[in-house]
Ligand binder design. Structure first.
Ligand code: DX5
Ligand code: ZN
Length: 236
């Protein structure tokens, strides 16, 4: 069964602490934090001070998706913000975009910074980016995140071109025996429809996703526990 990572981008930011605690109590496996800088994407969201506000609220792994330019300059600020004051660090995944780092060598430079701060490094590819460039990183990254919407906003429709990318990554991972996690982000829901009998959550899990990010599907639902269970594909 896939892990479920609610994206707090769709949470009520006036009650952010309560929202994080609510999804944790409802069975979330990770908390996904979307950081946008107004340059790499045309939106501004969460800075290090907000990350520092969240980190002590839960012991769940924190999954920080950096949609930012200059990760070598700014990632350390987020990595430091993830350090708990009581020293009881949760697992931390910090991911940078392939479109920013531009090469395996560039990714490895960012990964080293992330690892120096005790976090696990991930790489993200946009819907318009071919999977080939990141295939060599299945042996090096802790996480590869396939975007199934254009990064920037929640609530967009699922891009089906993410599914063959997940399958290619799952095959590459099986070939080299790596334990790199595969994650999908954007348009994930447990809903089916006559024209779409398999939900995007099920389709992504079947294609090889280990971690499903879901923003609006979780935070716009009335019952977080039922929604998270449905996303996982099992009974409540
Ligand atoms: C988009 C973010 C996503 C977003 C997903 O740039 O990376 O994490 O919150 O939202 P939904 O699940 O609503 O598509
Ligand atoms: Zn995200």
């Amino acid at each position: 069964m896939p892990l479920i990572a609610p994206s707090i981008l769709s949470a009520d930011f006036g009650r952010l602490g309560d929202e994080v605690k609510a999804v944790a109590a409802a069975g979330a496996d990770w908390i996904h934090i979307d950081v946008m800088d107004g340059h790499f994407v045309d939106n501004l969201t969460i800075g290090p001070v907000v990350v520092a506000g969240i980190r002590d609220l839960t012991t769940l792994p924190l999954d920080v998706h950096l949609m930012i330019e200059e990760p070598e300059k700014y990632a350390p600020r987020f990595l430091e913000a993830l350090h708990r004051s009581d020293g009881k660090h949760a697992e931390r995944y910090v991911s940078v975009h392939w479109e920013v780092v531009g090469s395996v060598a560039g990714a490895e430079r960012a990964f080293r910074i992330i690892e120096q701060h005790g976090a696990r490094p991930g790489i993200v590819i946009n819907p318009g980016t071919a999977v080939d460039g990141v295939l060599p990183l299945v042996e090096r990254a802790a996480l590869i995140l396939v975007m199934s919407v254009e990064p920037g906003w929640g609530g967009q429709p699922f891009d089906e071109s993410s599914l063959p990318k997940l399958r290619a990554l799952a095959e590459a991972r099986a070939r080299c025996g790596s334990s790199c996690l595969l994650e999908i982000d954007g348009g994930i829901s447990a809903e089916t429809a006559p024209q779409r009998p398999v939900s995007t959550a099920t389709a992504a899990a079947q294609a090889g996703a280990d971690v499903l990010v879901a923003g609006s599907a979780v935070f716009r639902s009335k019952n977080y526990t039922a929604t998270i269970a449905a996303l996982r594909g099992g009974p409540e």
